[in-house]
Design a protein around this ligand. Structure first.
Ligand SMILES: [Zn+2]
Length: 275
């Protein structure tokens, strides 16, 4: 039994991998929470241990992305965090969850987006491309660990496991819950924790993120950009404090967002590739 609140631990009869499935790292991204609640009553774990986690419990309850600080930036060493981050509710929660994540062989972290029609995709590093092939997504994106520290998948990768994050589409789209459920079952089947599901190899494209644009003052997008939208060298992406921000080479952009403060994440730039 695991005595940490919001954590459900199920052991199979046969020895196997130590897996974790995490939802609600961002409290508004409810598709993972719904998917786990939906799966739990009937799930039959035959091998290894699976820990299901409702991550940011307070934010899930309050229907907020986070209470004090973004939980998904806190899975780093304490010395890398600001004193403000260390005073947050999320810091305490990250400390509790780190103990579980440190020991797991593989993690599936379920996210979704506040943008209607957001494209679903997988985030993982090359060591997890093999399992990603069986997850129900047409885009696999890597390179995130290098430019965005402190996520759950980053932390698991750092500790020698396989950290996989899935973005299931729009928060309130019922198909996001379906996608999340399918991802959980395929993940568990791949690592031998459940029986009876046929794994299908998916046709997928690769997108490698290369750079995160951080605001100097603020950011106003020049137009609405779809995730993974192709941009040509010299394209205008937006304005930072009124100054044009242009792309230096051909590629694609992800998560282009308006921002009001300095040192905020405004968008990611990357390049398409083959798996
Ligand atoms: Zn999220």
């Amino acid at each position: 039994m695991n005595m940490i609140s919001g954590v459900i631990n199920i052991k199979g009869k046969v020895k196997g991998k130590n897996l974790a499935v995490i939802s609600g790292v961002h409290g508004t991204e409810i598709c993972g929470v719904a998917a786990i609640k939906n799966l739990l009553p009937n799930i039959n774990i035959i091998r290894g241990t699976v820990t299901f986690i409702f991550a940011n419990e307070k934010a899930i309850r309050d229907k907020k992305r986070f209470v004090d600080k973004d939980l998904n930036r806190l899975f780093v060493k304490s010395s890398q965090l600001s004193s403000e981050q260390k005073r947050s509710y999320e810091y305490q929660r990250a400390r509790e969850l780190k103990g579980i994540l440190r020991k797991c062989n593989a993690l599936l972290d379920i996210h979704s987006s506040a943008t209607p029609k957001a494209k679903p995709f997988v985030i993982c590093e090359p060591r997890s491309f093999k399992v990603a092939r069986y997850l129900p997504f047409s885009i696999v994106s890597n390179g995130w660990d290098k430019i965005q520290h402190g996520g759950t998948d980053y932390f698991v990768n750092k500790n020698g496991g396989q950290g996989i994050c899935v973005e299931c589409g729009y928060n309130f789209d019922p198909s996001a819950i379906k996608k999340a459920k399918s991802a959980v079952l395929s993940f568990l089947k791949y690592f031998g924790a459940v029986n009876g599901r046929k794994l299908t190899v998916r046709k997928q494209k690769l997108f490698t993120v290369k750079k995160m644009y951080m605001t100097k003052q603020n950011f106003k997008p020049a137009k609405h950009f779809k995730d993974f939208e192709f941009v040509k060298e010299g394209s205008l992406i937006g304005f930072d404090g009124g100054v044009p921000v242009k792309i230096k080479s051909d590629g694609g952009v992800v998560f282009v967002r308006g921002r009001t403060k300095p040192k905020e994440e405004a968008f990611l730039f990357g390049t398409p590739g083959k798996l």
